[in-house]
Design a protein around this ligand. Structure first.
Ligand SMILES: [Zn+2]
Ligand SMILES: [Zn+2]
Length: 110
């Protein structure tokens, strides 16, 4: 040994802390060792950054730039603001995109 390496790949835990059983969680899995909290925070930050990158890959609404999993025929997101409606009508589309079959009742907008 000799060289003390960082205990975890995120660089926040000592080898001793990283080697805690169950990653520092207690038997019930409801409490984590205080020294692991920074690790949890970093892990979460890394996860959110990954999600951000994924969303960055989504096509963006031509009107508001909102990344959307799927754009409608007008190249817009699913928003139904006046500007979105106007843009759809301009392209000869219904102002509000028809909801996907089975998506009824979501959002409660009538
Ligand atoms: Zn760590
Ligand atoms: Zn939009």
């Amino acid at each position: 040994m000799g060289v003390v390496t960082n205990g975890c790949k995120l660089g926040c835990c000592t080898a001793e802390v990283a080697a805690l059983p169950r990653g520092g969680w207690d038997d019930a899995g409801s409490n984590i060792d205080g020294r692991r909290r920074e690790h949890l925070r970093r892990e979460w930050a890394a996860t959110s950054a990954r999600i951000d990158r994924m969303q960055g890959d989504y096509p963006k609404c031509k009107l508001c730039g909102q990344p959307a999993v799927r754009l409608d025929a007008a190249g817009l997101c699913s928003k139904v603001t006046d500007s979105h409606k106007t843009q759809r009508v301009r392209l000869g589309l219904p102002p509000v995109p028809a909801p996907a079959p089975g998506a009824r009742g979501r959002g409660g907008r009538r």
